[in-house]
Ligand binder design. Sequence first.
Ligand code: PEP
Ligand code: MG
Length: 327
Amino acid sequence: MDELFASVGQEPANTRDGVPVVLLLNAGLSADTTISANDTVDGIGLFRTEIPFMLRDRFPSEQEQIITYRRVMANYVGKPVCMRTLDVGGDKQLPYFPIVEENPFLGWRGIRLTLDHPEIFLVQLKAMLRASLGLDNLSIMLPMVTNLDEIRVARRMLDRAWREVSAETPEHEVIRYPSLGVMIEVPSLLYLLPDLAPLVDFWSVGTNDLTQYLLAVDRNNGRVANIYDALHPAVLRALQHIIEAAQRFAKPVSICGELAGDPIGVLILLAMGYRRFSMNSSNILRIKYIVRQSRCDELQNLLAQTQDQQQLGSIRDIFGGYLTERG
Ligand code: PEP
Ligand code: MG
């Protein structure tokens, strides 16, 4: 099977009915933060910048961050690299910045923390911008956004960072202003999509946290793991709602949670209309193989059938059957 998957490595991720699909890498989870070039993907859809922060015993300096970020962007010249701003808190702790809370997943994490510490945020934004000089493949993504004001403040910080680094850059060099996006992973955003659309350039759905928060189930607690289900009908309806809004507002959207790298998950997402998927490197070839074996028109019909029959509950079996047939 591995050989079969490897055989599609250099092929485009087009479905059998000719629909182009973009496959991107989730990077940064391993200690190897250089992220070597991977020519089987179309770029990096999520670089988790907290990992290089977690591997140190103090906050990395701007210069240290520039080196890390530039290595990644330089390995993907001509391809998009989406860097997420620091997403610590929750399950991701910095040894030198302890956060003690009763409910860490509902607490001080992601953008909440960085907006309270503009000095950390600003240094990170500047490091990303400086690292992108001449490569021009950077986009920036905000984690754990709950309110639109968080985006407005973050945008002002990015404007300031860009103005300051541009002023310090020699005249013949230009730092491109990056596109700015948000993770859709806190359920409040589901009800704010029309207002969210004009504020950012793209959305990326974090199905790991979106599932956790929609179902009120800790994603890392084995005792309730049986309730954690990214194919729960409520999660699927949320995903359907997001793609419909993305299409209505012409907003580029991707999926960067684990569901994108799940064989049944990706088929359902294709059926809904999603076309950009970001996943761990270990899933890329298998998902590319599955995409190339599938037809979007068939998948859309399957999804319509599950909805006609009020069968969202058995969606796993229905799409699992399709996967087996296409083997
Ligand atoms: C997610 O929540 O789906 C996501 C991709 O981010 P993380 O797993 O880093 O929280
Ligand atoms: Mg998340």
